[in-house]
Design a protein around this ligand. Structure first.
Ligand code: J9N
Length: 273
């Protein structure tokens, strides 16, 4: 997979040399090109932004540097044999970046990222490239960053670990909490390792019982407990068939009950603090 990032802060992308993404690069599984947007400015001050038409606060990133930088990155990619680019633009106004979208992007041969600073990029840039390639405007969450660079790191890490041969078999991802198509998409429960006692704290007995059925059930109950506490929306969105008899018992203990359609809801007074 080829990745291009056009940014006014190339150093912000230095973490792409570290850890899983850095190793994938070193092995030749990821071909990363970071471009300085300011190389595509023509005035003494290397201006990349200007005041918004219509007035209002902040600055808008200008068309010409983005157009020339993206054209150059695309030309280089095509010349060196890449094809099928998609443009990824982080913005709080985008569609939610989910595990499903990470899987979709991991199946593309070439991602071009356009992280913006200020109040965003002149809309004509997005509209122009949307005539040439799929454009994904994505939000990594409901909070506002100062710029899209951190979101590029997030999307890249989520995508890179899905590439064939990037994660070792030991850390395979079929158990990911948000793996699309997982049975109920519950959050993971707690995990433990050696030593068996630490500062007077022990391991739950069931985990050393050797009873695989009981261990699986305990893990499932803990996953239900954590999901109910932290992400009740994930339980509400499940249909009846996602839960077995023991799941229903646990959900009932946690204050949840099925409605006539089989979906679960929780009495407001049963919410654990
Ligand atoms: N999810 C998300 C993206 C962003 C920004 S701010 C500037 C570019 C992207 N904030 N939050």
């Amino acid at each position: 997979m080829r990745l291009d990032v056009v940014t006014i802060f190339p150093e912000y992308l230095d973490p792409l040399n570290v850890s899983l993404v850095g190793k994938a690069r070193a092995r030749g599984q990821l071909n990363v090109h970071v471009h300085d947007l300011r190389e595509w400015t023509y005035d003494r001050h290397n201006t990349v932004d200007d005041t918004p038409y219509g007035g209002g606060p902040g600055m808008v990133m200008k068309t010409e540097p983005w157009g020339d930088a993206l054209d150059s990155a695309l030309a280089d990619g095509y010349e060196t044999g890449s094809h099928g680019p998609v443009l990824v633009v982080p913005t709080p106004s985008g569609r939610p970046f989910t595990q499903e979208l990470a899987v979709e992007l991991s199946e593309r041969p070439w991602l071009v990222f356009a992280p913006a600073r200020y109040e965003g990029i002149d809309r004509r840039v997005i509209d122009e490239y949307a005539t040439r390639m799929p454009v994904y405007e994505v939000s990594i969450g409901d909070y506002v960053l100062a710029g899209g660079e951190a979101a590029v790191l997030v999307v890249t890490e989520a995508v890179a670990r899905l590439l064939p041969g990037v994660l070792g078999n030991a850390e395979s991802h079929r158990d990911d909490s948000f793996a699309p198509g997982a049975m109920a998409n519950l959050l993971e429960g707690p995990v433990y390792t050696k030593p068996p006692q630490w500062r007077g704290r022990e391991i739950p007995d069931v985990l050393v019982s050797g009873h695989h059925g009981k261990i699986a059930r305990w893990r499932r109950d803990e996953a239900l407990r954590r999901t109910a506490a932290n992400r009740p929306d994930l339980i509400e969105r499940c249909d009846a068939s996602a839960f077995d008899k023991k799941d229903r018992e646990m959900l009932s203990i946690l204050g949840w009950q099925p409605d006539p359609g089989g979906r679960f809801w929780r009495r407001p007074e049963a919410v654990e603090e």
